[in-house]
Design a protein around this ligand. Structure first.
Ligand code: MRU
Length: 374
């Protein structure tokens, strides 16, 4: 996608040295666009754990490049296995991390140590390029859902009707846009496709406390593409649904079980409950690299990352004079808990949008699209 007319991906290899890895520092957005150059395994691992690079598909791609950087230092089998384990421990919920490392190891275990670096970069580039293609396909398959909403009669007999002319109103949570993937995004891919197709649409962007990925990242990237949007407090979505102001919800996912349960940023489950109560379609968009075929019960089996309490007690923002400041917003003596994800059970999900098409959030639905997993 473009930033001020220049095309970017969220991770890329340096075009001059052909080995160092660049990312956009997402902890600095929307205040500044900082490119970080990663040259060691530890820098890349830190980029994932500190969330300079975040979002399930991007975590997978950066993990693949982290292994490339590690192999430049030591390409022995022992070091490779140890480094993959270390990189794999940076974040627990997004299964794309494990998926990417397993894919890299499967190829590299069958490669001579002397050839591993070159092969690793080749495989990491494939992972990145395939992610772009998958997300572009998610956009194509999700587009008809927004087109159908655009054709529906206005207001649906609800009290307030649409807030912005006749626009289709989509609500999204967290950031599942191009910043969270290598390009295009997952939940935002159908939105970009619809906008590019000339559909009049407007996006309600959940701020997504505690780290504000919606307010800081989704709003920024939608704005850069010219997509009309409004940032709302996390707790406002139910109200807008009750008043007929949301036509559909589209969110991303960090791990989807073989049965269609979806782990995503904390607060997603509450939006799904509100959507069900108000008959608003609730769609989960994700590439197949986000499906964990080994897990059936998402609530019981998906590990939920517990992050630092400071992410809840403190907030970072820009002061009137332009400086960036972090301040405490919680009473000094109070503790805070910070589960970073929750699981939306398949029964609350209208359907899944994948690179192979849309399906029911169920084992049958997924297996119909991915028969090789039977
Ligand atoms: O903690 P984050 O910012 O990595 O969480 C990101 C999300 O929850 C996204 O919605 C999810 O990864 C889908 S990304 C296309």
């Amino acid at each position: 996608m473009k930033i001020n007319g220049t095309a970017y991906r969220s991770v890329w290899v340096d075009t001059e040295d052909s080995w160092s890895v660049h990312i956009l520092d997402q902890t600095k957005l929307p205040w500044s666009l900082d490119v970080v150059r990663l040259v060691t395994r530890d820098q890349a691992a830190h980029a994932i754990s500190s969330m300079q690079a975040r979002g399930a598909p991007l975590i997978g791609a950066v993990a693949a490049y982290a292994l490339c950087l590690a192999l430049r230092n030591d390409a022995s089998t022992e070091a490779m296995e140890r480094d993959a384990e270390l990189i794999g421990a940076t974040r627990p919920t997004a299964v794309n991390l494990r998926w990417a490392l397993e894919r890299m190891l499967t190829r590299l275990r069958n490669t001579l140590p002397s050839e591993r670096v070159a092969v690793a970069y080749e495989e990491a580039a494939l992972i990145a390029d395939e992610d772009v293609a998958r997300n572009e396909a998610i956009g194509r398959h999700g587009l008809p859902l927004i087109q159908a909403a655009a054709r529906q009669p206005r207001c649906m007999g609800r009290p307030l009707g649409r807030p912005l002319g006749h626009a289709v109103n989509v609500l999204t949570h967290c950031n599942a846009g191009w910043l969270a993937t290598v390009d295009w995004g997952t939940a935002l891919a159908p939105i970009y496709a619809a906008f590019n197709a000339g559909i009049d649409l407007h996006v309600w962007v959940d701020e997504t406390r505690p780290r504000n990925q919606g307010a800081a990242l989704t709003a920024w990237e939608l704005g850069k593409h010219g997509v009309p949007h409004t940032v709302v407090a996390d707790n406002a979505g139910g109200h807008f649904m009750q008043h007929g102001m949301v036509d559909l919800v589209i969110v991303g996912a960090d791990r989807v079980t073989r049965t269609g349960d979806a782990a995503n940023k904390i607060g997603t489950y509450l939006k799904a409950l509100a959507a069900r109560d108000n008959d608003v379609p609730f769609w989960v968009a994700m590439p197949s690299s986000t499906i964990d075929w080994t897990v059936s019960d998402g609530v019981a089996e998906i590990p939920i990352e517990q992050r630092a309490a400071a992410e809840v007690t403190d907030m970072t923002g820009q002061m009137a004079d332009g400086t960036i400041a972090t301040m405490r917003v919680v009473a000094t003596d109070s503790r805070a808990a910070n589960p970073a994800f929750d699981v939306t059970p398949a029964r609350l999900v209208t359907g899944l949008i994948t690179e192979r098409g849309c399906c029911a959030a169920s084992a049958e639905g997924l297996l119909a699209l991915f028969p090789e997993r039977r």
